[in-house]
Design a protein around this ligand. Structure first.
Ligand SMILES: [Fe+2]
Length: 381
């Protein structure tokens, strides 16, 4: 039987100042909340206060768990689970970038299903965790609408990918004003992460009609706004990027990402290269590797990026797509090589082997070998 399934939050709210709706949205979930957030930035930008007092105004008692680091670890998740259980929280508010969201999802899952977070590396949770309301303050991961959580096991130097429809947030609130404080490099890296989500969702073996619709729309929006959002930091471009990255999140949550994400996770686990930056450095070279295996799809990507491919062969149009992806990346001003971000060659084979094991490699349109992955790492070194 050939069929598609599309899953997403029950409610997505998008618009300026919508963060103030959080109290009224949360009231249905109970009266004890845990706000899961990073150590400093949401406090500094005022986002934490907005969320805290909106909850308070509705008679909800919020406790704050502000220990989430960049690339949240198993240890942090365990601490969050302990705090949530001790406080008997009814639901979680995830506030921040991808790290806060990912930690919140893992905490919710372990509270709802019991056991330790490591139990879920290979085994799917059986039921929903406690409800999550996700409020992103960066525009890139799409984690507020996705079924994925990446948790780092620092002992084994592995980024675990947890994938379950039971961790999709119930409500996502996307307030563009919360993303205005993002520094240019974070805007560039998270924007390139979203661009990668959209492209990989579109060429993934699990792509389907509903995810395609969101992927193409995301490619259109992101390709025409990313450089403006970084270089000028203007409100309009950032508003559009928040919408574009959410569409990309809906696409890849239902169609998966592919080889770029498989290869970027080891860069984060071994060298702490920020996720979006690692994807950005890999994107062009991996797309060169993939292009011929789904050239028709690359032609559509070229059109979505505004390229005129009329009269061009599929091959020519697909080559234009790869060139345009590269030029968009170069405009962001992000580092272009692994050397620049402190990676050395010693672990290329080990990283390639890790990438081969990743679930997202199985959904890449072209099946790679370990040697080919080592070659890609070498090309971008
Ligand atoms: Fe990503």
């Amino acid at each position: 039987m050939d069929y598609s399934v599309f899953q997403c939050p029950k409610k997505i709210i998008y618009g300026k100042d919508t963060v103030n709706f959080i109290g009224s949205e949360a009231a249905v979930f109970g009266n004890k909340a845990m706000i899961v957030t990073g150590k400093h930035s949401s406090k500094k930008t005022g986002a934490l206060d907005k969320v805290y007092y909106s909850l308070k105004d509705q008679g909800i008692d919020p406790v704050i768990f502000n220990k989430v680091e960049s690339d949240p670890s198993v240890i942090t998740v365990r601490e969050g689970v302990k705090a949530g259980k001790k406080e008997k929280v009814d639901f979680i508010v995830a506030l921040g970038g991808g790290s806060a969201m990912d930690a919140a999802k893992a905490i919710s899952m372990a509270i709802g299903n019991g056991g330790d977070i490591l139990d879920y590396e290979k085994v799917q949770p059986k039921t929903y965790g406690i409800p999550i309301i996700a409020v992103p303050t960066t525009a890139g991961t799409g984690s507020e609408v996705s079924k994925f959580s990446i948790i780092t096991d620092t002992e084994r130097k592995i980024k675990m990918l947890i994938s379950s429809n039971f961790i999709i947030p119930e409500v996502a609130i996307l307030d563009p004003l919360l993303t205005m404080m993002m520094p240019p490099q974070v805007t560039a890296a998270t924007g390139m992460d979203a661009f990668t989500h959209a492209i990989e969702a579109y060429i993934s073996k699990a792509a389907q009609p509903m995810s395609d619709t969101f992927a193409i729309k995301a490619i259109k929006i992101i390709s025409s706004n990313i450089s403006r959002s970084v270089l000028k930091g203007d409100i309009e471009a950032r508003e559009k990027m928040l919408l574009g990255q959410m569409y990309a999140g809906l696409a890849f949550s239902n169609a998966s990402t592919a080889l770029v994400h498989s290869m970027s996770r080891p860069l984060g686990a071994y060298y702490k290269v920020p996720h979006g930056m690692a994807n950005a450095i890999l994107l062009t070279e991996v797309m060169k590797f993939n292009r011929a295996s789904c050239a028709e799809r690359f032609k559509v990507i070229a059109e979505a990026m505004g390229e005129n491919v009329e009269g061009k062969s599929v091959r020519e149009a697909s080559l234009i797509a790869v060139d345009t992806i590269k030029s968009i990346f170069l405009e962001t001003g992000l580092p272009v090589s692994l050397k620049e971000v402190g990676v050395d060659k010693d672990n290329f084979r080990k990283m390639a082997e890790d990438a081969m094991e990743s679930k997202t490699t199985a959904l890449n349109p072209r099946k790679p070998t370990v040697e080919q992955l080592v070659e890609i790492y070498e090309k971008i070194y």
